[in-house]
Design a protein around this ligand. Structure first.
Ligand code: CA
Length: 518
């Protein structure tokens, strides 16, 4: 095909039809298209390509991106919560630079440089469809069709280029249909950036109606830390409000039927949940039995949402094949952060711990990424913008703080690649009472400092001896050299990333100031 094009150009040149400059431009490889598929709160434990020991679900379509591309095993986020992660991805910066600290009162400053703006200026068609969640309207996109705020699972209103549109059906399928429609009607002569951003599987995990019975009442294996007693750590881990035991409410576990369903959807919903809820009420569970029941219901609902997302990925990959686009399109699958699936007795995210710190990252780029390859280097959502810009042949703005993954995708981790990473979380006390903390992460250790509550303290975790992060070894004599080294590294990273001192952080960074405890 390529050869045919060249010989056609050569004959046109001979005939004097095409200028030499245009011929040279036409013979250059076209910049790759970018399809960025993003889920909200998709734990890596719930992607079969990551091989977690519980084998919670098969995700054959998402796994296809890993099989045909690269699986990143330690992609970490700068601040494990929705909006801040999205802002980090768009701008390639940490929260203290992009100003989006939390989901409570942050608003995305759209005057900042973002990778979609740069791609658009370079001639890419740019579109975002699905969840946006950054308060201000999207900029840098020729087309946007987004959920307002968190969005709804069933029959969601959406906003198309500023205009409200009503939709009937299930959110994951609607977002997929809209994405395919855009793909079919794009300008075929220009490269494109297409961001499909799912709402699922965000709390409260409302599944596609047709998948309600997808697991035939399977009993899911429990994580070893479901009944964590938080001993061996400080007050922060005990003091949170994100547990299956105390925080998960009736709406979360579907003891209430949600509003906004059509009569038909409601009938199917009740046909599935009502008899099971009756049995639950009769059993009159308490204590650990009640937590176990909640865990099972949580896994059913969460994983049914994932099944819908996996099908969506399959439909996009198939359409790229049908349109002949797969060869020159980078396909990325990721989530805004990880998520707790019962580990430590928790749901939600926020913490520097592995379940929420790590996010899935799978990248397919035919002819560049070796199929079936894996990467264990520390990479981050703060690297995505730089990666897309380099892939498109564009310079990376000085302000961006991450690093392009293109060399890694080509098979070579640069010698000077990062071996440590800076993390910082702010939102407190609402909604989940997770204390603000920052820290440094390496392949083996985590040094974590809880700050901003008047009860500052430090913890150290050794992932090699304590992979579930159940015991701080900060005060053990044998770890003193490690602590010294990590304290120095933490200080270096904070200088390099221009992190403000604790007392210089704007009060609104923590969320609603009125909610703060004195
Ligand atoms: Ca999220």
């Amino acid at each position: 095909m390529h050869r045919c094009t060249l010989s056609l150009l050569a004959s046109l040149l001979c005939a004097g039809v095409v200028s030499p400059a245009l011929a040279a431009a036409k013979s250059r490889p076209r910049p790759p298209n970018i399809v960025f598929i993003f889920a909200d709160d998709h734990a890596w434990q719930a992607i079969s390509a990551y091989g977690e020991e519980r084998h919670l679900i098969e995700t054959p379509n998402i796994d296809r991106i890993a099989t045909e591309g690269m699986r990143f095993d330690r992609c970490v986020v700068t601040n494990s919560i929705c909006g801040p992660s999205r802002a980090a991805i768009l701008t390639g910066t940490w929260s203290h630079i992009n100003g989006f600290y939390n989901n409570t009162n942050s608003r995305f400053d759209d005057s900042q440089p973002t990778f979609p703006k740069r791609l658009q200026a370079a001639g890419y068609q740019t579109a975002i469809i699905g969840k946006w969640h950054l308060v201000s309207d999207p900029t840098g996109f020729d087309h946007w069709h987004i959920l307002p705020g968190q969005g709804r699972y069933y029959n969601p209103p959406m906003i198309r280029n500023g205009e409200t549109v009503r939709h009937q059906g299930y959110v994951t399928e609607i977002i997929t249909d809209l994405t395919l429609e855009w793909l079919d009607h794009r300008d075929p002569d220009r490269p494109f950036l297409l961001m499909m951003q799912h709402k699922a599987p965000h709390r409260n995990w409302q599944p596609p109606i047709r998948h309600l019975n997808f697991d035939n009442d399977r009993v899911y294996p429990e994580p070893p830390t479901l009944f964590d007693d938080y001993s061996g750590r400080g007050i922060a881990e005990r003091d949170q409000d994100m547990s299956l035991a105390h925080t998960m409410h009736d709406g979360d576990v579907k003891l209430r039927t949600p509003g906004g369903l059509t009569a038909e959807q409601r009938a199917a919903w009740d046909a599935y949940y009502k008899p099971r809820n009756e049995a639950f009420r009769k059993a009159n569970l308490s204590g650990r039995d009640l937590i176990r029941w909640r865990y099972q219901r949580y896994m059913h609902d969460y994983l049914a949402c994932i099944k819908g997302v996996d099908e969506s990925v399959g439909r996009i990959l198939d359409r790229l094949d049908e349109l002949g686009l797969a060869e020159n399109t980078i396909v990325v699958y990721s989530s805004d952060q990880g998520f707790f699936l019962g580990e430590h007795g928790w749901f939600d995210k926020r913490w520097i711990f592995e379940e929420s710190l790590r996010t899935p990252l799978l990248v397919r780029w035919p002819g560049v990424v070796k199929p079936g390859s894996t990467c264990s280097a520390i990479v981050s959502n703060v690297d995505f913008a730089e990666t897309f810009l380099e892939a498109a042949g564009l310079p990376v703005p000085e302000r961006m703080q991450g690093a392009s993954l293109v060399p890694i995708l080509k098979g070579q981790v640069p010698d000077d690649w990062r071996t440590s990473f800076y993390y910082q979380y702010f939102e407190y006390p609402k909604p989940h009472h997770v204390r603000p903390h920052y820290g440094v992460v390496t392949d083996r250790y985590k040094l974590v400092k809880f700050f901003g509550t008047g009860e500052d303290y430090t913890e150290l975790f050794d992932l090699q001896t304590d992979p579930h992060e159940l015991r701080s070894v900060y005060s053990l004599t044998e770890y003193a050299p490690v602590v010294r080294e990590l304290e120095a590294e933490l200080a270096r990273l904070r200088r390099e990333l221009r992190v403000p001192a604790d007392d210089q952080i704007p009060p609104e960074a923590f969320g609603n100031v009125a909610d703060r405890q004195t």
